[in-house]
Design a protein around this ligand. Sequence first.
Ligand code: MN
Length: 431
Amino acid sequence: MEIVLTHKNADFDALASLVAASMVYPESKPVLPKALNANVKAFLSIHKDVFSFQESPSSLTSRIRRLIVVDTNSWSRIEGGSRFLAHEPEDIHVWDHHGRGDIKASFERQEPVGATCTLFIEHMAHEGIDLSPIHATLFLAAIHEDTGSLMFPSTTARDAKAVGYLLEHKGDLGIIKNFLRPAYGPKQKEILFELLKNATRSKVSGYTVSINKLLIEGHTPGLAIVVDMLRDILNVDAVFGIFNEPKRNRTMVIGRSAVEGLNMGMIMRAMGGGGHPGAGSCLLREANPDAIEDWIRELISGNQFSSVRIRDLMSFPVFTVNADKTMQSAANLLKEKGCTGLPVMEGDRLVGIISRRDFRKLKNDSQLSLPVKAFMSQKIVSIEPEKGIMEAARLMVKYDVGRLPVLKDGKLIGIVTRSDTMRYFYDVLPE
Ligand SMILES: [Mn+2]
């Protein structure tokens, strides 16, 4: 026989990929994990008769000829784990979008799209496999959830095309809306309020981060939605919930990131969990919440992910002008270097910025002989080299400046301009 497996704590992408795989491999039986996310459970409870699953894989007696693994590629995320290998499958197929794992597959469709389901939809469209509106709705829910309704940075054009295809096949957005917002009940409200009361906020490597620890008792579904809401309310770059459950000797860590430079999936993978750039989680055994907090801080500041920093983008050496030089010499320098502004120095101290705009303050040409310090802008908005690109963009918008001197320990080491940031956003960053 052939069976399809997916990860525990199944989300909509896991469920949708499970169902899609059973359509692509007609001989196969999908195995539903016991641990399902609350919203998936709710969806299944009213769609019980539509989908059929192989309930208990542990009682399988017949030989498993082929294993099809979807939406994960690591044994540790599958209920029963690598024990399935004991059945000596001839064939293992993996369909996933998470990047490298430890399952050795004979066939692999591993592509960096927003949802695994997208890979199946493309395949089914190509093969002309028919979709019912209910299937289209389930697949639509998967892409919506995994891409944050096409808003997460992991979203690709292929996901958007798949959404279009599913809408053509009568996927129902109204139904999805009901299920993607999982139950926010009194217990979740209590946790959210508790977290808000003690919410911390600190700077780690230039990111505003809120790391929150909470003791929880018993089964508490919907923690992810609480962390989502907390991030929205606090409006920080990233938020972490460390939920310690002493009775069961375990700690659940859930993270959400709203900035590109802070990749939540990478942080969680380093902690033995998983996720995407915007969202991730991990489950730790017998962990001490304070130690976990330290670990998270280390992972963020350890520069373990290749986010672009100001030091990678800035121009240097910087052309500067001395505060006592004349406006005429500043004008010559601007023209010669082809820049729109220059840092103004007194010795090695940055004292201002002179830009083309400041020349409008000149009343007549004779003032060109006056010193730069008479016309320069003394409002210096600077940035540190370890900051991220979004911080630079934020400062430029907030203070309406087109360039930021880069200061390290008070010393001018470079300059980053509006065109540097544009170049980054439009992906023509030199290699
Ligand atoms: Mn997924």
